[in-house]
Design a binder for this molecule. Structure first.
Ligand SMILES: NC(=O)c1ccc[n+]([C@@H]2O[C@H](COP(=O)([O-])OP(=O)(O)OC[C@H]3O[C@@H](n4cnc5c(N)ncnc54)[C@H](O)[C@@H]3O)[C@@H](O)[C@H]2O)c1
Length: 663
């Protein structure tokens, strides 16, 4: 059977042979055994409904075993034998280019070189799922290969509900992930309902088919580090950044540190994750001994070297060792997966990786206590460093939130506007310097799969930004300079893992102008079709009080209107697919985030759609940030209104502090 035929067949009528467990691959940890006996029966019934009754007797013991062994039913037997990667768009079966492009994006999210636990359909973040099981994958790919431009595929948390009649201008796919009745949105609700097979944690770009490997985050991390060092008036050369995690997103940190030019120390407990990033060239050196680490770092700082070092062990040990050895840390952060603290997101100090994995299943309560003890110890060590001058920021992984819940001394008792004694990277850096001006992680994928196309698009984007910079106001000159530098170095920095993709922070005008220039190049036959998109972690896409909207202080940081409005607005302005998720980044119940994908094909129709949608997609968030009285956003939205009289945004009046304080 050819690749196209395999996709078109969906779930095979005759069952393939069972698959051997592949121990060379990074697998998801065993999930919590949370279901009652009756609920386990329900989970099995739910799983079997994808199959003809004639297969039930064969599959039942197998799925029961998966549920008992993994805490989930992944349906490993259904995993396809073909290689999983983003093929050139022409290799996908289908009746419309849009649906073929989505197949490409899905396969990229499951590529073994890209995904964290590919056989469990997890792209990143420990639990960021594209699908809950392989039957959903097969069925979805089949629907995409059949759909026309008069249909929309409806996705409920990885489950393809089916193709519904719609129209050419409608999104081809509408994705919802983890949307719960609000009272059922606690961590254990995810464990239970995910185990039942009725919902999933889509993270941000995992369940929305918009992950582009770690480069997606390298750019944002580079910007954060550059601006972080600017904030403390320290040159990156000779500066030290200490953090943790070499996983899906966190693995970008050492690479970003190298691009910024500092010394980076990144601790990681999972040897496989360290090996992956080291073999990919994303981290320069691996050190397993704390004394050796300490002297290597001192030497690198003294010689102003640009080097990234993975510490093969627990990050708590690094914070404590550097305090003891008086290694001065300029910038500090943490990127363990604390949005998922009890199920493999955070490994407590004092236990080995294997011991932790066992304990989180055999004795979850004791494991939880170990995690909390470790967080308190980590915060204590961090506090000692910040007392000496280290600038510590929360990296959007819920570190401060979970540390505070564990009883660590991280609360801000002095400033009523801030909950924690350390800012999040959005409060101090990303929010006021990027999001409020409309700058965010715009990205594109060249569907031809040809690296030359990517090179051409890089050149086009660079020319657009250089032209724009000539007339940009002083307020955004630094952003323009950083982004031009980024795109100029993009090829040399060898950022591509998986599809031919590029990320480039840009504002509304930049995104529209770059997309227009791409559409023009496609119409002239210079490049193939392009998918436009962005991370959900953006100006307008995400409502998350401890991350993306943590620099909103009018109380509305606990509302989710912006993300919902955004995805609805995108869907009727021309997006090819839209997605809205609960969870992602900081945890289930803690954030609502959405995004889009848009296929442009060089047509006038694509031009109309990109102008309409990209404009809304950014300005929605700026308007909300402006209403929250963020000065940078007020500036940006006034500028946008001046340029387009059709835009009329309600502006805030600023109240005199003295008047309020007299009350
Ligand atoms: N700041 C951002 O822009 C941003 C973007 C995306 C994600 N995040 C957040 O960062 C976190 C990490 O994301 P990810 O995709 O890399 O997750 P991940 O699970 O792939 O990686 C986290 C890594 O941390 C390691 N780890 C856990 N505890 C450790 C410890 N005590 N010491 C050393 N290593 C430890 C794990 O082994 C794992 O490899 C998530 O919570 C995510 O939501 C932040």
């Amino acid at each position: 059977m050819t690749f196209k035929e395999e996709i078109q067949q969906g779930i095979p009528t005759e069952l393939p042979s069972p698959k051997q467990y592949d121990s060379l691959i990074n697998h998801a940890p065993k999930r919590k055994d949370i279901l009652s006996v009756d609920e386990k029966k329900l989970a099995l019934r739910n799983a079997l409904r994808y199959f003809d009754v004639k297969h039930h007797a064969t599959l039942l013991p197998e799925f029961k075993n998966e549920l008992e062994t993994n805490g989930r039913i992944y349906m490993y037997r259904l995993r396809p034998d073909y290689k999983m990667y983003a093929r050139p768009i022409s290799e996908y079966p289908g009746k419309c280019e849009q649906a073929k492009a989505i197949q490409l994006m899905i396969q990229n999210n499951l590529d073994y070189a890209v995904a964290q636990h590919p056989q469990e359909l997890i792209t990143y973040g420990g639990n960021g799922a594209v699908f809950q099981n392989w039957a959903q994958y097969l069925l979805t790919m089949k629907y995409l290969s059949q759909m026309t431009e008069e249909q929309t595929l409806v996705m409920y948390s990885g489950h393809p509900q089916g193709l519904f009649p719609s129209h050419k201008d409608a999104p081809r796919v509408v994705v919802t992930n983890g949307m719960m009745i609000p009272n059922y949105s606690k961590q254990d609700d995810w464990e239970k309902f995910n185990a039942l097979g009725v919902t999933q944690y889509g993270q941000m770009t995992a369940g929305s088919y918009m992950y582009i490997g770690p480069q997606g985050i390298v750019h944002g991390t580079t910007i954060t580090l550059l601006n972080g060092f600017r904030k403390i008036n320290k040159a990156t050369k000779g500066g030290l950044f200490v953090t943790s995690g070499l996983g899906g997103m966190s693995g970008a940190q050492p690479k970003a540190g190298n691009i910024a030019g500092c010394v980076t120390v990144c601790a990681e407990v999972n040897k496989k994750a360290t090996e992956t990033r080291h073999s990919q060239g994303w981290v320069d050196e691996v050190i397993s001994d704390l004394d050796e680490l300490s002297s290597r770092v001192k030497e690198a700082i003294a010689n102003k070297k640009t080097v990234s070092i993975a510490y093969d062990g627990n990050v708590v040990d690094v914070w404590e060792k550097f305090d003891k050895d008086n290694v001065y840390i300029d910038l500090g952060s943490d990127q363990t997966s604390l949005h998922n603290p009890w199920a493999g997101g955070y490994y407590p100090v004092g236990l080995t990786y294997v011991e932790s994995n066992e304990m989180m299943v055999s004795n979850p309560e004791a494991f939880k206590a170990e995690v909390q003890k470790s967080l308190v110890r980590q915060a204590e060590a961090i506090n000692k460093h910040t007392a000496k001058g280290t600038y510590f920021f929360d990296y959007g992984n819920a570190f401060l939130l979970e540390a505070s819940r564990a009883g660590a001394d991280v609360l801000d008792t002095k400033n009523p506007m801030r909950e924690f004694r350390y800012p999040s990277y959005v409060q101090d850096i990303m929010g006021p310097m990027c999001f409020d001006y409309g700058f965010g992680p715009f990205r594109w994928v060249c569907t031809s799969g040809n690296p030359e196309d990517l090179q051409k698009t890089d050149k086009i984007a660079c020319e657009v930004l250089e032209e724009m910079k000539k007339t940009s106001p002083p307020e955004i000159q630094q952003q323009m300079t950083d982004n031009i530098q980024w795109i100029k170095g993009a090829q040399e920095n060898k950022l591509v893992v998986g599809s031919q993709a590029r990320i480039l922070y840009a504002d509304a005008e930049g995104r529209m102008k770059i997309a227009t220039a791409f559409n023009d190049a496609i119409s002239k036959g210079k490049i193939g079709l392009v998918v436009l998109g962005r991370d959900h972690h953006d100006v307008s896409g995400t409502d998350s009080p401890y991350r993306e909207t943590s620099n909103i202080y009018d109380g509305s940081q606990f509302t989710a209107d912006m993300a919902i409005q955004n995805v609805i607005g995108d869907s009727f302005r021309g997006a090819t697919w839209v997605s809205i998720h609960n969870g992602g980044g900081v945890g289930w119940g803690e954030v609502i985030n959405g995004g889009f994908g848009m296929v442009i094909d060089g047509s006038k129709d694509a031009q109309r759609r990109l102008e309409s949608m990209l404009y809304w997609d950014v300005n929605n968030g700026i308007a909300r940030r402006s209403w929250a009285r963020n000065n940078e956003a007020v500036f940006a939205i006034k500028r946008a209104m001046k340029k387009n009289p059709m835009l009329q945004v309600t502006l805030p009046n600023f109240v005199d502090d003295e008047l309020i304080n007299k009350m």
